[in-house]
Write a protein that binds this ligand. Sequence first.
Ligand SMILES: Cc1ncc(COP(=O)(O)O)c(C=O)c1O
Length: 466
Amino acid sequence: MPHTHVAGSIHADAMASRPTWLVRPDDLNWLNPALWPAGVERAGDGAMTLVGRPLTELTEQFGSPAYFVDEAEFRARARAFAQAFDDWDVYYAGKAFLCRGVARWIDQEGLGLDVCSGNELMVALRAGFPPHRIGFHGNNKSLAELRLGLEAGVGHVIVDSLDEIERIEALAQELDVKAKVLVRVTTGVEAHTHEYIATAHEDQKFGFSILGGHALMALVRCQTSPWIDLAGVHSHIGSQIFETDAFQVAAQRTMRVMAQFRDATGTNLAELNLGGGFGIAYTADDTPPTPAGLKDSLSLIVERARADYDLGQLRLAIEPGRAICGPAMVAVYTVGTVKVVELDGGAQRVYVAVDGGMSDNIRPALYAAEYSALLANRASSAPPALCRVVGKHCEGGDILVRDVFLPADIAPGDLIAVPAAGAYARSMASNYNYLARPPVVAVDAERAYPLLRRETLDDLLALDLG
Ligand SMILES: Cc1ncc(COP(=O)(O)O)c(C=O)c1O
């Protein structure tokens, strides 16, 4: 008896509401180049492939759910930033996604690395990443983490509090080194993004506020310390940002503090790091800036502010994370159940439940982040059905793709691929409901190999002392 697909029964006019940008696609199998890595294609039989390997084969080999990273795409994105910002320093923000393999790629592509915990630093050092090209972030670095950083000889410690300055001084004296630091300032800029990740407005935990002279005081404090080599200033205004106007205000305000410092001390600060936060496309509605476009507008912003405050030449830096790893990774899930849910007013929504969820990608639940998805194991000529791709967690908010058109004949056993899954997903993964975290598999022309293997029950139980 043929399996009648419940999704097929949905009536077009009874569809639930959807975001205005989500248009009913003409071709449900189309791979929008703005969303998918260059290595993703559809084979003759309609199945999606990554660098020539069917996702069906890759999931047979590495299991499902799994994250697959197009190595060439990742490297090309790192290189695009390094080339566009050739006279700046570019630090890859490891918090977006880090492992030893990725640290090596970043090293080979000539970028620096921004880490924000002792363990991220250890991953980098274990990968043989040159410590002098590492920036060490964190709003509450412990004494042990700072010791690790100073003993390893990290390029910069980005200081975030007076407590930290005292810790660094005590450690530097004990180790008889001079700690090279940037002072993180908070510019009060409200970035155009989801407020939970807008980090520069005042009521947040990071940095020294420019208001009330806190930033200036911290700069003077560092400059007068015999154990600290004050290199400059750092500012990060948020994440998933598309317009550079927020950077304009942040740069202006940061440079005003640098000018005030010069006027107060007679010393020109040498370095300015404008952080990361460059947006990527998660849906067809997103139009992210290119590295070259970013460089043009940021250079203009910096030059204008430098002229306004008559500042000397500066060594400039940025810290892209999402814009390098995000678009290079695809998450693949297996459909477990398909259910049409009746909504008020007679509308219906198709719930497609898969074998992953908020434990491998918390962003939709945490930030109401939007994603896209496509049927990956085959092409389909079935009509589009408005679906919600959800996880398998015991949590109503366990949503992966809030609104997406998928073929009405989608069924258990089908594969779904989610593009732009590389940033702040696997790196924020958890073991909620004791789900094991999925692998991250790198794919290039020669081979497919795990950067991170799949976690096992034994791995989880290793912590459980019974
Ligand atoms: C200090 C700092 N730099 C860089 C980044 C990277 O941001 P993104 O991945 O959006 O480029 C972050 C992200 O939160 C950050 O906090």
